[in-house]
Structure formats: C-alpha cells, structure tokens
Design a protein around this ligand. Structure first.
Ligand code: HPA
Length: 274
C-alpha cells in the first residue's frame, strides 16, 4: 500500500474501527445527502495526515461513516479535483484510502454538463462508460503490484450488476434515469461550444471535471464501480445562457430529493450484492 494511504488509514483507525461496504462520493451541490445517513462517526480531512483538502464551492471536506438501511457506508462529503492544483495521485488518494478501510463498491456522483439530446437540466444519468484521455491517468508511475496490475482492463469500468440495481431502484421509485458516457475535462473553465461539439463527435454524452480518475483507481484496486451524474446544465453552446457554478449548485439543490431517493434506494439494495 502507498505510504500516504497507510498513514491515513492509521489515523482513521485511531478514531473508528468501522468497516464500510460502499464508498460514496458526493458531487457539487449534492453535499446535503449526508443528512440521510445514520451517522456513526465523522472525520474531517484536516485530521488525516497528508489528505487533500477540498476548496471547491459546496465541497465540505470530511468522511462520514454510517448506515444507509443495513449497508455500512463511508461517504466523502467533498472531493478534490484536478483543477484545485492537486496532482492526480492526491486526487485519488481518498479512493485508495476507502478501499483500504474495506469498501468494495465505489458509488460516484457528480454534477455535470449534458450533451446528449434527451437531456435537460435536472436529468439523472447512469454512467455506462467514460473517456479519460483529456486528464492524466492516475496509474502513471511505479505500479504497486499488491494494489493492482500494471495494465488494468477497462472494458467494464461501470459494473453491469450495479447498473441493474440502480435502474431497478429508479423504476421502483418512479424516477427517470437516462444513461450516458462521461468525459472528464480538467476544468476549471467550462468548455467552449467547439469543445462540446468535439466531445459529442468522439462519443461523449456528459462533460465534467471529476469521476474518471477515481473510477480508474477503483478498478485498479479491484473495487466495483457505479456512477450517477446529475445533469446540472446543458453544456456550452447547447445551453441558451452562459454557464456558472451558481447554476450548477442550484441544480444540485433542486435535484436533491430525487437524487437522495435514488442513491439511498440503490445502496440499500446493494446489501444483496456479495
Ligand atoms: N462542464 C463541465 N463540468 C461541469 C459542467 C459543465 O457544463 N456542469 C457542471 N460541471
């Protein structure tokens, strides 16, 4: 295990022996989701040595350990992004830490720009695949063979069985759920209309500034991964007005009840998954 991850785990284990099954990462404006967790312990990132601290709006920085239904979860309230200036290995350090604490499933969420024609602001989209080529790969550098293989397969990053669980939870709760291919860009500037046309041309449906580096890391260490994006806005050139982080946060707040229901129902149903 990497030295900094080992040190983080030691610091966390001094506070709690909680073993999560699902690790949940909350996106912009979705931070209030944590209110729905039956909390056991909270740990601020500031109390974990070497841990990256989020500076993004709406990204409080702490781990929340607790239960959704019967399922033990660790929730990242606040994540760090490449655009904050952290090297990619720091951005993904929380994923490796949650895995080292016992989490077998990584449930990623994010707010992102929508490109696919069926989307509107407020659409929830199940991520079925991604394009990583615009951001540094988190696995560049020496490989830790105990953590994972040098050349991990990326054919099925987003676990088919977990996708079915989320689709069933959406159906059972009357929640509309589209699908899409997520493309991570570095940010922090939003895309230009020409960049969005390029992303559409190469097969992308969703443009965002997170998620893919975390998903690659989780697959590397053998976690099962799933992701739901909130389309907080139509992407540049499709939206009739300029984009802003206020719009992204407002869309997060507006979608909170339905998003909460979908994520809660999905994770509760993950108790059946080995
Ligand atoms: N582009 C990239 N990231 C985003 C967007 C967007 O339009 N909206 C929210 N996050």
């Amino acid at each position: 295990m990497l030295e900094d991850v080992r040190a983080a785990v030691v610091a966390i284990r001094r506070v709690t022996d909680f073993v999560p099954k699902v690790a949940l990462t909350l996106g912009s404006g979705l931070g209030n989701f944590a209110d729905h967790i039956r909390v056991e312990t909270e740990i601020s990132y500031r109390d974990i040595p070497g841990f990256p601290i989020s500076t993004a709006p709406g990204h409080d920085g702490r781990f929340i350990f607790g239960y959704l239904g019967e399922v033990p979860v660790v929730c990242m309230k606040g994540r760090v992004h490449l655009y904050e200036g952290y090297p990619v290995e720091k951005v993904v350090m929380p994923v490796r830490t949650m895995h080292a604490l016992g989490a077998q499933i990584l449930f990623l969420t994010n707010a992102a720009g929508g490109i696919k024609e069926s989307y509107h602001a407020g659409t929830l989209a199940l991520v079925t695949d991604h394009i990583s080529d615009f951001v540094p790969n988190p696995l560049i550098g020496p490989n830790d063979n105990e953590e994972g293989v040098r050349f991990p397969d990326m054919t099925n990053v987003y676990d088919k069985e977990l996708q079915k669980v989320i689709q069933k939870a959406a159906k059972d709760n009357g929640i509309g759920l589209d699908t899409g291919v997520y493309v991570q860009l570095s940010g922090p500037s939003f895309e230009t209309p020409a960049e969005i046309r390029m992303i559409r041309a190469i097969g992308g449906d969703i443009a965002g500034m997170s998620t893919v580096v975390e998903a690659i890391t989780a697959r590397h260490c053998g976690m099962r991964v799933c992701c739901v994006s909130l389309i907080s806005n139509l992407a540049a050139g499709i939206s009739p007005h300029p984009l802003s982080s206020e719009e992204v946060s407002a869309a997060g707040e507006a979608a909170e009840p339905v998003f909460t229901k979908l994520v809660t129902a999905s994770i509760e149903a993950m108790k059946e998954i080995a």
